[in-house]
Ligand binder design. Structure first.
Ligand code: GLN
Length: 485
């Protein structure tokens, strides 16, 4: 069963000639055709292009090339510009947008020889926690098709969980990689802000957005992160620091690793979630890690802070979609104002409009100090508290989400309840920290994730800790019922 193999195993099989990349791509395309209609995880299939690229990968291998991703299939979140392929960002606004260039993440994976199978469904402009705001309809969770897969990278998460591809890309502004990873039993990493280029990634909130990876294990995620990390002159916020070898340190023992257990995360944690976290702590202790309690008193401010900063930035970023420069244009406009109003009114969905209005409000002259400036101060407090915590501990451990996957329709009419899905994830975005979610058990028969947060540029440490945890546990190997066959 090729779809049950890790990226490392697939690369070995390709290297030994046990399968060609073309046949591997055919295998995954057949799975997408059979299984995706019930999931709606993939919204654009690029079968012809994928087979052609796989044939190139096979020729490169035959000519002596190698590489851990050469000939390995993947799915890109539809927020990444893909040259010649529709890039919708889950919105009617960009339903007919064919990108004229590749995002840096896309180009880097292409250069590594990875083969794009298609584009993944997502919440509109990455705003959401359930993948229900997509213009293309909700994604269903492979573990229970009446439940959401999380969001905004819900299509990427569901695709990896259903084994429609060995890995997928995602983006995380407030939790959109970690939360869906947790709800689908996959491993997801959001790197440090600036570690991966944002060039060609459609902007939501530029000071928070970061590209990352969904895979079935930390070891696989390390291989992919290696390919996409690094400085990019096309993104002025990407950081010019050498990229460490993420795979080389996976095996390092955890003896002496200082793990901080965040008091504010433990407060009010639901019993099932708390039990899973306690079990994860026991695994880490058995591996030689030391644990202590850490307090970040301002952390409870992260959700309100985020819901000022993120809408503010989105209201500015999304002003370019006006039916003239970018995006959907209404039919037969009467005049310029009518064109703007109807194009934006028709192109954007309800959640995006809500964010644009909130953002415009908090940035308005009369309210700027009261909301935006105050939020920036809270953001600094949160960042400072994380920095102080990392003087005492090496990583922080906590839950990824408050609950397992919830029913489709349960929260979509109540934005504030929906926003609270991200109470454990948003802090890392506000502080620009790397964070990873890995499967750690079940609540009500549905997968849950634990979250590891590290200091800036400590991706190596997070991947090492998660890999050691995955050597000692089996949660990450479990497939949603019916998807390993
Ligand atoms: N759920 C959060 C939001 O709706 C985070 C989204 C994201 O990380 N892209 O804004």
């Amino acid at each position: 069963m090729w779809h049950n193999r890790s990226i490392g195993e697939l690369a070995d099989s390709l290297g030994r000639g046990e399968i060609s990349s073309v046949d591997l791509v055919r295998h995954f395309l057949a799975r997408i055709e059979a299984l995706n209609p019930a999931l709606n995880a993939v919204i654009t299939l690029t079968a012809g292009q994928a087979l052609a690229e796989a044939a190139v990968a096979d020729r490169r291998r035959a000519a002596g090339a190698s590489g851990p991703l050469l000939g390995i299939p993947l799915i890109h979140k539809d927020i990444f510009c893909t040259d010649g392929v529709r890039t919708s960002c889950g919105s009617r606004m960009l339903d007919n947008f064919v990108a004229p260039y590749d995002a840096t993440v896309v180009a880097k994976l292409r250069d590594a020889g990875a083969v794009m199978l298609g584009k993944a469904n997502m919440d509109e402009f990455a705003m959401g926690s359930s993948n229900e705001t997509s213009f293309y309809g909700p994604v269903r969770n492979p573990w229970d098709k009446d439940k959401v897969p999380g969001g905004s990278s819900g299509g990427s998460a569901a695709a990896v969980a259903a084994r429609l591809a060995p890995f997928a890309t995602g983006t995380d502004t407030g939790g959109s990689i970690r939360q869906p990873a947790a709800l689908t039993g996959t491993t997801g990493i959001k790197p440090t802000y600036g570690r991966v280029s944002r060039h060609g990634m459609i902007a939501f909130a530029s000071s928070l957005d970061q590209a990352g990876v969904f895979a079935r294990s930390a070891a696989d995620a390390a291989i992919v992160l290696q390919a996409i990390a690094g400085f990019d002159p096309k993104d002025s916020t990407s950081v010019d620091l050498p990229v460490p070898d993420y795979c080389a340190t996976l095996q390092a023992p955890l003896r002496g690793l200082r793990i901080g257990l965040v008091k504010e995360f433990a407060d009010g944690l639901e019993a099932g979630n708390a039990a899973l976290l306690a079990a994860a702590v026991a695994v880490f202790r058995a591996l030689g890690a030391e644990t202590s309690e850490v307090s970040l008193p301002s952390l409870p401010l992260s959700v309100p802070t985020y819901y000022v900063v993120a809408p503010a930035e989105c209201s500015s970023n999304l002003s370019r979609f006006d039916g003239v420069r970018f995006g959907h244009r209404c039919d037969a406009p009467k005049d310029l104002m009518d064109l703007y109003k109807r194009s934006r009114g028709e192109g954007f969905g309800a959640e995006v409009k809500r964010r644009i209005m909130t953002g415009t409000y908090v940035l308005s002259a009369g309210y700027f100090d009261a909301y935006y400036l105050k939020a920036q101060k809270a953001r600094q407090l949160i960042t400072d508290e994380f920095r102080a915590a990392f003087e005492r501990v090496d990583v922080l451990l906590g839950p990824t989400t408050p609950t397992p996957a919830f029913p489709i329709g349960a929260k979509i009419d109540d934005p504030v309840t929906m926003y609270l899905n991200d109470i454990y994830t948003i802090g890392a975005n506000l502080a620009g920290l790397p964070a990873l979610s890995a499967p750690c058990g079940y609540v009500d028969g549905l997968p849950m994730g634990m979250q590891l947060i590290g200091p800036h540029f400590a991706e190596t440490r997070l991947l090492n800790a998660a890999h050691q945890f995955q050597l000692a546990t089996d949660w990450h190997n479990k497939a949603a019922p019916g998807y390993a066959e």
